[in-house]
Design a protein around this ligand. Structure first.
Ligand SMILES: Nc1nc2c(c(=O)[nH]1)N[C@H]1C(S)=C(S)[C@@H](COP(=O)(O)OP(=O)(O)OC[C@H]3O[C@@H](n4cnc5c(=O)[nH]c(N)nc54)[C@H](O)[C@@H]3O)O[C@H]1N2
Ligand SMILES: Nc1nc2c(c(=O)[nH]1)N[C@H]1C(S)=C(S)[C@@H](COP(=O)(O)OP(=O)(O)OC[C@H]3O[C@@H](n4cnc5c(=O)[nH]c(N)nc54)[C@H](O)[C@@H]3O)O[C@H]1N2
Ligand code: SF4
Ligand SMILES: [Mo]
Length: 690
């Protein structure tokens, strides 16, 4: 019935489901779950299983495009590469390498991202390279490194199968990570006590023993309140604290200020519920934490992750099966793109670009001089482009004009560049501003590896070939690098991974041949032993000890007032994926064909809004129009929407407030004014007002 079947890894979310992709007549005919996939154990969600028709859509990019007199025309690969060589060469000569910046795609493979950062560092000569983790879980990465040492989950999804209690905060896995969502449901049926913390009553709240609805941006107070009760009621593990941590005393000085009553005032969560949550977690033999963007995409997102780590350390819930911290990383390879050094301040495995030994290691391998100064983060790139300091960008697999905050600012930045290259599988909001568009390959058409949210490096295999004249990302990056004068010496992605293994201690035991059907969780020793559980006997910080962080609650960057009385939270829905370039081109669009904004029945009544009305949403930053959905899953005073459809331009509403340590945007707290259209007639249109 099928011409061929390959076992591969899903290219949507960070769960990393293993899939069997069946092809017929050069197309993907169907996809089924791999029964032995360690993260999915025979399950998938509707994206992994059914959302593959995008791969042969007529509007796939199948040849390079070059902009001439404002219009794109079809070009040959030679013309496109020549144009890139000439323009980037000129800009580097005239303005220096730091006038050029690149983005690596967290949707693409480790090998693609490793090649991209080498291109930027070795062929161009700049550390101006970043990836989508910046707007997603960079706060998680920062905090886990500060508290424990390594940038990754401390355990595996299987920890949910034998833990006694889990606090799930700021994540909605039945929509964002459905296979993990189902695993959490199963765990509750077996008796695991689940506490959900989310301003919205997410589906999993119905499976838990307790649901807390904090005001958006008040997670820090909730975590400090839980720590307060754990200490006050003697639920700590003093032996663990003594033997394996430092800094507890400073935390203790802070905790008296966070009684459950004070936390209730800040967060709106009843004091009794704070106490109850602390007891559920603190009394369990083994307990887990899991979190998502409701924690990270805030002004103090990285600090909240440190406060979560505190609670785990106080109770000794780290370094054992069933006692894990499991951030639900977003894109299929956002863990990997960062591990590969596609970041402005680190090489592979988060080793600093300023570290002489590390820089020398790469210089010797690549035979070029590399810069020691940190490069621009994504928001710094846009600021520099607006200021005229950044002249060119090479954007690989990221739709910044739709997904980054403050769309008007992003568009101004892209318009101000002298030259821009986009490498994608479709034309997007971002490719409009490109000078050259390079047609690339989706996860169904290439070979390499993705690293999931459990640090598991898994193989990706092509089920079909790239359409028309499209090439794999790996081939394209090699072509561009070579045109810029730096040959990437690998024939295959497997050879690129061998270079990573050679230069990266935690990856030294990884090779494509060794990954097999189940992958390996880094760190992997030279003999191939991997690490499902981190920190069993020491933390990866000086002295082997974990660090408590004494960080007080601080108010979020935006707040409701008379002019903007409601708080908008943005996030995701099951049927669509981020920019939606892929899922909007599949049957999923029949299930959900637009963004809509959730509003509580009382607010809707008060504002004269009916279910299904297209309403006006205005923030301090901009304005847009979205269809209303009336639901009591959301609290009074809050509204919720997504960013999956370009027509909505949700991110016109988002300002520039961001995490204090990592500049992850505050996508989750935006004060807005919402009203029926018509009352708005006198206001200026969206882009103009932004
Ligand atoms: N179907 C689908 N799946 C996806 C994606 C997709 O677009 N669609 N995207 C992928 C990506 S890139 C990512 S990063 C993940 C994201 O997965 P999640 O982290 O689950 O994503 P969100 O829906 O953005 O936000 C999670 C929850 O945070 C809550 N929240 C907001 N503010 C606060 C707060 O102050 N406190 C608390 N406690 N909660 C708050 C929101 O109400 C929301 O329910 O999903 C991945 N999977
Ligand atoms: N308002 C609001 N905005 C948000 C968020 C939010 O919660 N609220 N969440 C943020 C988060 S967590 C994230 S991760 C970002 C995601 O933002 P993006 O990274 O921009 O979104 P994606 O849809 O994941 O994909 C990016 C692009 O990669 C292309 N692509 C997919 N696969 C490949 C491939 O193999 N090769 C190439 N070359 N291209 C490929 C797609 O066509 C798409 O254009 O959005 C952020 N934006
Ligand atoms: S849960 Fe995530 S990895 Fe698994 S099939 Fe769905 S989108 Fe793919
Ligand atoms: Mo993400």
């Amino acid at each position: 019935m099928f011409d061929s079947t390959v076992t591969t890894t899903c290219g949507y979310c960070g769960v990393g489901c293993r899939l069997e992709a069946h092809a017929r007549n050069g197309k993907v005919a169907s996809i089924s779950p791999a029964l032995d996939g360690p993260a999915n154990e025979g399950h998938t969600c509707l994206k992994g299983r059914f959302a593959h028709q995008f791969s042969r859509r007529r509007d796939r990019l199948t040849s390079p495009l070059i902009k001439e007199n404002g219009e794109f025309r079809i070009a040959t690969w030679e013309e496109a590469i020549h144009r890139i060589q000439t323009e980037l060469g000129r800009i580097k000569r005239d303005h220096g390498p730091d006038a050029i910046a690149g983005l690596a795609s967290s949707r693409a493979t480790n090998e693609d991202c490793y090649a991209m950062q080498r291109l930027m560092r070795a062929a161009i000569g700049t550390n101006n390279i970043d990836n989508c983790s910046r707007v997603c879980h960079s706060p998680t990465s920062f905090a886990l490194r500060k508290s424990f040492g390594l940038s990754g989950a401390t355990g595996s999804f299987s920890d949910f199968d034998h833990t006694d209690a889990t606090i799930l905060i700021g994540a909605n896995p039945t929509e964002g990570h459905p296979v993990v969502g189902a695993r959490i449901k199963q765990a509750t049926l077996r008796g695991m006590k689940l506490v959900t913390i989310d301003p919205r009553r997410i589906e999993l709240a119905d499976y838990g023993v307790l649901h807390l609805s904090p005001r958006p941006g008040s997670n820090a107070a909730v975590m400090l309140g839980i720590a307060h009760v754990i200490h006050r009621d003697g639920l700590t593990k003093p032996d663990f604290i003594e033997a394996r941590t430092v800094g507890y005393d400073t935390l203790l000085e802070l905790l008296p200020q966070y009684t459950p009553e004070i936390v209730e005032e800040i967060s709106g969560v009843p004091a009794a519920d704070i106490t109850k949550a602390a007891h559920i977690y603190g009394e369990a033999d083994n307990a887990c934490f899991s979190w998502g963007l409701g924690v990270t995409e805030h002004k103090y997102g990285s600090e909240v992750v440190q406060l979560i780590c505190n609670v785990a350390l106080m109770t000794g819930n780290v370094g054992r099966a069933g006692a894990a911290l499991l951030p639900l990383r977003g894109q299929n390879n956002v863990q990997g793109s960062s591990d590969m050094g596609a970041l402005p301040d680190t090489y592979t495995a988060y080793r600093s670009v300023g570290d002489e030994g590390t820089a020398k290691l790469f210089e010797d391998e690549w035979n070029v001089k590399v810069p020691r100064e940190k490069g621009y983060t994504i928001p710094q790139m846009f600021d520099a482009a607006v200021a005229g300091d950044l002249k060119a960008m090479y954007i690989f697999g990221e739709d910044v004009a739709q997904t980054d905050p403050n769309t008007a600012h992003v568009v101004a930045a892209l318009e101000n560049l002298e030259f821009m290259v986009c490498q994608d599988i479709f034309e997007t909001e971002t490719t409009r501003y490109a000078d050259v568009i390079l047609p690339a390959s989706s996860f169904l058409e290439k070979q390499g590896t993705f690293t999931n949210a459990e640090r598991r490096v898994q193989l990706v295999e092509p089920a079909i070939t790239p359409p028309g004249g499209a090439k794999t990302d790996f081939e394209i990056i090699k072509l561009v690098s070579s045109a810029l004068g730096h040959e990437l010496p690998w024939e295959t992605p497997a050879e690129a991974m061998d270079e990573v293994a050679k230069l990266t201690p935690h990856w030294s035991g990884i090779s494509h041949a060794r990954l097999g059907r189940k992958g390996l969780q880094w760190p992997v020793a030279p003999d191939g032993t991997d690490a499902p559980i981190l920190y069993e006997d020491h933390f990866e910080l000086p002295g082997g000890k974990a660090h408590f962080a004494a960080l007080p609650y601080k108010a979020p960057g935006d707040a409701a007032d008379e002019e903007f009385p409601l708080i908008l939270v943005t996030g995701r829905r099951l049927q669509h994926y981020n920019a939606g370039t892929m899922t909007r081109r599949t049957g999923n669009v029949e299930l959900n064909d637009r963004d809509y904004i959730e509003i509580h029945p009382d607010d809707a009544d008060r504002l004269w809004i009916n279910d299904g009305d297209v309403i006006s949403v205005r923030s301090r930053q901009g304005r847009t129009e979205i269809t209303a959905q009336i639901t009591d899953r959301i609290e009074r005073g809050h509204v919720f929407t997504t960013f999956h459809f370009p027509e909505t331009r949700t991110n016109l509403l988002i300002g520039s407030s961001s995490d204090v340590n990592t500049s992850c945007p505050e996508y989750k707290v935006i004060a807005v004014d919402v009203r029926p259209i018509g009352e708005e007639a006198s206001l200026t249109p969206a882009l103009a007002s932004a």
